[in-house]
Design a protein around this ligand. Structure first.
Ligand SMILES: Nc1ncnc2c1ncn2[C@@H]1O[C@H](COP(=O)(O)OP(=O)(O)OP(=O)(O)O)[C@@H](O)[C@H]1O
Ligand SMILES: [Mg+2]
Length: 241
């Protein structure tokens, strides 16, 4: 569990982002402590994926600050942000179709930054035995669930301090959803912080220590999963549940 007194691992302050002339993020502020899982919740189009992309430098922030430990990330290129210790699992599963499962995993391997857990391919196969069975299969032949497992494992092999995971369970069979939820819980237990964007509220509430609800490109609620559960107005207005 995160120590409330420890300085945050990631601190996002007054973050703004645009797509062309569309102003999408309107001053997003939140923090993540090391060894904390937070969920970004919200309706479709509320700005959750854009927040992750802005942290990753894939959408350049137009204002505000993104600090990882003592480093300012706003304005850096994605590969540089990755090397500071952030792993990213995009909504679209981006695997190499012509490489095997094992080759895809090797592509993700990076030296660990100071203080990060070090992961092995064997550990990935322990989480998802299906990937071990498919280790010599080309990416193009994998099912959606297998591709999702592979994307998560490849990001983890970069030995990040913080993982950004965008809708990992979308379109997956219930059994795979449970395995992905378990893997995220274990990644957390091993000391990696996680920002999770998840449509399935039950999973988000189960694995998160804190939740932030987004609406119209802002954070409209922040609190514990229990506090969210006890806020019918937030659930109704911003999550439509
Ligand atoms: N590449 C893009 N170009 C222009 N507008 C975009 C682009 N990507 C997203 N948007 C717009 O930005 C807003 C926020 O989108 P974002 O992808 O962050 O939403 P989200 O909360 O992840 O929801 P979902 O994944 O369900 O669509 C939406 O209005 C969306 O239409
Ligand atoms: Mg999204």
């Amino acid at each position: 569990m995160a120590d409330a007194k420890s300085p945050p691992l990631l601190s996002v302050q007054e973050l703004h982002a645009h797509y062309g002339r569309s102003h999408i993020l309107h001053g997003v502020s939140f923090h993540v402590s090391s060894n904390e899982v937070i969920s970004l919740l919200g309706r479709n189009g509320s700005g959750r994926s854009t927040t992750l992309k802005a942290i990753m430098g894939l959408v350049p922030p137009t204002d505000g600050s993104i600090r990882l430990r003592q480093h300012e990330l706003a304005g850096l290129r994605p590969y540089s942000i990755c090397r500071h210790g952030i792993g990213y699992v995009p909504e679209e599963r981006e695997i190499f179709a012509n490489l095997t499962v094992e080759e895809n995993l090797r592509m993700g391997m990076q030296p660990a930054v100071n203080g990060a857990s070090v992961w092995t391919i064997e550990q990935m196969f322990d989480y998802f035995p299906r990937l071990k069975e498919r280790r010599n299969t080309k990416g193009a032949s994998l099912s959606g669930g297998e591709q999702q497992m592979l994307t998560i494992c490849r990001a983890l092999l970069g030995n990040p301090l913080l993982m950004l995971i965008d809708e990992p369970t979308e379109g997956l069979a219930p059994k795979i959803v449970a395995a992905v939820g378990e893997a995220i819980a274990d990644i957390h237990r091993q000391g990696v912080a996680v920002i999770l964007v998840e449509q399935k509220l039950a999973i988000a509430l189960k694995v998160s220590s804190r939740v932030c609800v987004m609406g119209h490109g802002r954070i409209v609620f922040e609190g514990s999963p229990e506090a969210l559960g006890a806020s019918p107005q937030v659930l109704a207005e911003w999550l439509a549940v």
